[in-house]
Design a protein around this ligand. Structure first.
Ligand SMILES: Nc1ncnc2c1ncn2[C@@H]1O[C@H](COP(=O)(O)OP(=O)(O)OP(=O)(O)O)[C@@H](O)[C@H]1O
Ligand SMILES: [Mg+2]
Length: 290
């Protein structure tokens, strides 16, 4: 049984169908990516999986539970944590406090214990603090716990969001553009971190990304959305050669110039897609940082 199973999911905003009849299965232990041009419906899909939006139609089953109609906090409790395309941290709280917030998503402390600051509550808080510091070390923010979140550089804020999501001890981690705005070094570090989270912690990962180099490098499975519809799905090397995918990114005109008949050079567009005629051979750009 897949960890996540989506059937016929539809989300409309007025006359616009942002996600249309989306079907999807995600096996446990996978790193999977959702790609597609701006406005394709990627974030809307995440918002439906996490209870932010209620779909018009469709089913979502996670680990044997239906997610439709559940609130975001209930879905977190069932084991799905996420990060956001636009970083959402508590800017005026410290780094470690931000992780503690994530941890409280799973701790169920009774309000009486909290108000009376009972011994049990204090012990639990102490344990949570130690665990948070450990998580900060894990994502590469060791020693930064007492800084204010807003004072962290951008790349570190993205790591902190990952630490906060991990604090909820998810089975499935959703990352919405985890490397957006990062420089090549930060992107390489984030790529390693994502892989470690899967390999070492056994957490299944679904990520949305525009950085095709990262997507092709890290993903076991890639799904392509365009105008709310799934237009392709497969292993990275299959998807990167798919003409429909190239068209979605570059437009029909450019895509047809990439077919074997046309001997035109590869256009200077950073898509990470290999034209079908060059798919087997290494391209000039291989090995260079983007
Ligand atoms: N709350 C909303 N109200 C109205 N329209 C919305 C809302 N959220 C998203 N949309 C629209 O739905 C479509 C899909 O948006 P979405 O944010 O899911 O795209 P995306 O694939 O994440 O794009 P990007 O790569 O730019 O982040 C877009 O046309 C967007 O304008
Ligand atoms: Mg988005």
């Amino acid at each position: 049984m897949p960890l996540l199973e989506v059937r016929n999911l539809i989300k409309r905003f007025g006359g616009l169908t942002a996600v249309n009849k989306f079907n999807y299965e995600l096996e446990k232990g996978t790193i999977a990516s959702i790609i597609g041009p701006n406005g394709a419906g990627k974030t809307t899909l995440f918002n439906m999986l996490t209870g932010v939006y209620v779909p018009e139609e469709g089913k979502v089953e996670f680990n044997g539970n239906s997610l439709i109609g559940r609130r975001p906090d209930q879905i977190t409790f069932l084991g799905i944590a996420r990060t956001f395309q636009n970083i959402r941290l508590f800017n005026n709280m410290t780094v470690v406090e931000n992780v503690l917030v994530g941890m409280h998503a799973r701790l169920r402390v009774s309000i009486v214990h909290a108000l009376l600051k009972t011994k049990r509550f204090q012990e639990q808080e102490q344990r949570a603090k130690i665990e948070s510091v450990r998580l900060l070390d894990y994502v590469g923010l060791g020693g930064r716990g007492d800084e204010l979140a807003r004072n962290l550089p951008y790349g570190d804020q993205r790591r902190l969001e990952i630490a906060r999501a991990l604090a909820a001890e998810p089975r499935l981690l959703l990352l919405d553009e985890p490397t957006a705005g990062m420089n090549p070094q930060e992107t390489a570090d984030a790529t390693r971190l994502i892989r470690r989270v899967r390999d070492e912690l056994g957490i299944t990962i679904l990520l949305i990304e525009h950085d095709m180099r990262l997507v092709m490098e890290i993903s076991d499975w890639v799904t392509v959305l365009d105008y709310g519809e799934k237009i392709a799905e497969g292993k990275p090397e299959e998807v990167r050669r798919n003409l429909r995918v190239i068209e979605a990114y570059l437009g029909k005109g450019v895509a047809s110039s990439l077919t074997p008949e046309a001997n035109s050079p590869r256009p200077e567009v950073e898509t990470g897609f290999t034209p079908p005629d060059q798919a087997a051979a290494p391209t000039q750009n291989d090995g260079q940082e983007r």
